[in-house]
Design a protein around this ligand. Structure first.
Ligand code: SF4
Length: 712
């Protein structure tokens, strides 16, 4: 056996969740690497969860897409890029630029996101650029913008260390953000921090909480409306903060009173016990240092934005925001959902946190020297895929994501994709559902995977970290930004896409964030606009804003501590939220309300975690958690097989009878799909209703029915 000298250790960032843990990767010289937590990274201080510590087990090249594929055969890059550029040009000539759409991913690096967004919105001239982050945290983005005037997470992870009360809403943090959860459990040990979990499902996080509130699906804003009323009625409002720094309390409070005037009303709407509601309200009212962290259980809802604002209302009412140990904290699902938000990788944003005022459009147009700058919002994810069905979208480029599994009504999307004139998929693996959906009639472009690519990601607490390559690019795989730039050149936009490194793209992104705005916006990173290649290479994690005034670069852990927000008058807004209601309630034919989510050891559609036997051992088959009463009513037995059906599709799942599921509210995981040999994917069942503000689809409450499947 040949001995290989160990190669230098590289500091990089975990490929999975939005905690953004630092990783030390030591390549073994044979295509693998030893993985350890980075003790110097302020997100994790050396810790890694099961997924992060198994990163080294997912680096193999089995199933990798190693060469461009055209018409089902291996093609040269020259041919493949020519086919993409030619197809885009023909589509634009025949149907106009807005017949082209891009669907991006919170797995992309910020630099990839930036170039895709610039090409589409500035040069092709299509606004239809959306991302799988729409399915993840777009309701939190919208809630931030409504309340703060900007998409800004006010606090930081240190707040979890310094809180006396942590309230988790719709978050199985112990499984989905495990290293943050470790910080919470440390705080419980060290300072006696109490933990309240609000979730319909008794998760591991709920099992360990001081107080668990298993509320009815969709009723979160009733609980927080009742809390706002309680705070007002018990004299817990911070009158000075409200007077100086907010507007809209009266309307929000009136609405809250109309929804949840007293404990009995809250109990009726949430299904919770009055005594437990009162206990929670007293804990919140009596604790100055309180962090309310919310995640997909709140966001993935047809009322997700209201849920976020109902939570933020309670923090504004008490002035508990932007101070140590206090504030609302949106827990981001994906490793770079935040970076995508920064560069405008969502259909309702332009770039660098800018939207579509005439001044912002003009500023971006001049900075990019963009001939075809768009002037308004594009279609968000669900509408974008529906527009393929109606024939409005003729060309689709999917980069780094698997919408054929994850999007609601996935079966219809599968059929619609057949009608596209041009279907391009940039992927790491050759056989994802999305890459394989159209057989030969797909341009497949091999992209670099984690461990091979270079750039930055931004985590939940606004911390920008480097992802650094430590493995040689396999086959002909290339960086997404390089592929996009080559297509831009072939479309005649070479001058605007001269990039030869991720560092150059990052500098441009940083410069745009501060263009004609230097130091005036809470989210600029203009202080990094002249970062050199070497400094970029070795840069340590840093939280935005990174601003520069008079030659001094500064950054901030927390925002809004001064009581000034990014609205035109500097005041935060209370929001009068709607009465909670499910977009599609249960019916006699479909008496259950299906909840969905993650398991501890898998990520998204398992294209990476499925490679690790260790991770797969945690849960190896798709399952349905169902309350004993529902199981008995349907004739299901533990360990048997159930057929779960909604109005949109069906799945077969192994039955897990458990009172961790509320009666009437079964749960299935989101990870399995056709590609993993299972008729069990969430997208086929999900209803497709959207939050009217954020466009985030409802993935937590789909009416469903179950029947037993006889043993074959
Ligand atoms: Fe990776 Fe998230 Fe685990 Fe950290 S908590 S190691 S970022 S999956």
């Amino acid at each position: 056996m040949t001995a290989h000298a160990p190669e230098p250790t590289v500091r990089t960032t975990c490929a999975y969740c939005g905690v953004g843990c630092g990783v030390l990767a030591t390549p073994d010289g044979q295509g693998g690497a030893a993985i350890a937590g980075d003790p110097d990274h302020p997100a994790n201080f050396g810790r890694l969860c099961s997924k992060g510590s198994a990163l080294g087990e997912t680096l193999g090249l089995e199933d990798r897409l190693l060469h461009p594929m055209l018409d089902g055969r291996r093609a040269s890059w020259e041919e493949a890029l020519g086919a993409v550029a030619g197809g885009l040009r023909r589509t634009i000539e025949r149907h106009g630029p807005d017949s082209v759409a891009f669907y991006l991913s919170g797995q992309l690096l910020t630099e990839d996101y930036y170039v895709a967004n610039k090409l589409a919105k500035g040069f092709i001239g299509t606004p239809h650029v959306d991302t799988n982050s729409r399915l993840c945290m777009s309701s939190a983005v919208a809630a931030h913008r409504r309340a703060f005037g900007s998409d800004t997470v006010p606090g930081c992870y240190e707040d979890l260390d310094e809180a006396d009360l942590i309230v988790l809403v719709g978050s199985n943090t112990a499984w989905c953000h495990p290293i943050l959860y470790r910080r919470m459990t440390d705080a419980r040990t060290k300072r006696g921090t109490r933990l309240v979990v609000i979730d319909p499902r008794r998760t591991q996080t709920a099992e360990e909480a001081d107080l668990f509130l298993p509320l009815a699906p969709g009723s979160d804003s009733a609980l927080f409306s009742g809390l706002l009323v309680h705070l007002a009625d018990t004299g817990t409002l911070d009158a000075g903060f409200i007077e100086r720094s907010t507007s809209g309390l009266d309307a929000a409070l009136d609405r809250a009173r109309s929804i949840a005037p007293n404990l009995a009303a809250v109990a009726a709407l949430t299904g919770l016990d009055e005594a437990r509601i009162a206990e929670f309200y007293a804990m919140f009212a009596d604790t100055e240092r309180v962090v309310t962290a919310f995640s997909q259980g709140a966001n993935q809802s047809a009322q997700g934005t209201d849920k976020g604002n109902a939570i933020i209302n309670c923090h504004l009412a008490t002035g508990r925001i932007g101070t140590p140990g206090a504030g609302p904290l949106s827990l981001t699902g994906q490793p770079n959902a935040m970076g995508g938000r920064e560069v405008g990788g969502l259909a309702n944003m332009l770039a660098a946190h800018m939207h579509f005022t005439p001044e912002e459009v003009d500023r971006v147009r001049r900075f990019w020297k963009a001939p075809n700058i768009i002037t308004g919002e594009g279609m968000k994810a669900v509408a974008l895929f529906e527009a393929i069905e109606t024939g409005r979208i003729k060309a689709l480029w999917v980069i780094g994501t698997n919408p054929l599994v994850s999007m609601p009504r996935a079966e219809r999307i599968r059929a619609a994709i057949e009608t596209l004139d041009l279907y391009v998929v940039s992927e790491v693996v050759a056989d994802s559902d999305t890459a394989a959906a159209r057989g030969k009639r797909t341009v497949l472009l091999p992209a670099l995977g984690w461990g091979e690519k270079d750039g930055t990601v931004t985590n939940t607490e606004r911390r920008i970290s480097r992802q650094r390559g430590f493995l040689t690019a396999p086959g002909e795989a290339r960086a997404d930004w390089a592929i996009l730039s080559d297509v831009a050149r072939r479309l005649g936009h070479g001058e605007a896409f001269p990039y030869t490194s991720a560092a150059a793209i990052f500098r441009e992104h940083a410069a745009l964030s501060a263009f004609e705005n230097e130091g005036t916006r809470d989210f600029d990173i203009g202080g990094l606009a002249d970062i050199g290649d070497r400094a970029y290479d070795v840069s340590a994690p840093v939280q935005w804003p990174v601003t520069r005034k008079g030659g001094t670069v500064s950054t901030r852990k927390r925002l809004f501590a001064d009581g000034r927000f990014f609205t035109f008058d500097g005041r935060a807004r209370f929001v009068a939220v709607q009465r909670p209601a499910l977009a599609e309630p249960a019916t006699p034919q479909r008496p259950l309300v299906l909840n969905t989510g993650r398991v501890r050891d898998h990520w998204h559609t398992m294209t990476r975690t499925g490679r690790s036997q260790r991770l797969a051992a945690h849960r190896s088959v798709p399952f349905l958690e169902i309350h004993p009463d529902d199981a008995a009513a349907a004739g299901l037995t533990d360990g048997g097989i159930a057929r779960l059906s909604s109005a949109h599709g069906e799945a077969e799942l192994e039955v897990a009878v458990t009172d961790a599921a509320l009666p009437g509210n079964p749960f299935m995981p989101m990870h399995w799909s056709d590609a993993t040999a299972s008729r069990a994917f969430v997208g086929a069942l999900a209803q497709g209703a959207n939050d009217p503000v954020s466009g985030q689809p409802e993935l937590k409450a789909t009416p469903a029915a179950v029947t037993p499947v006889p043993y074959r």
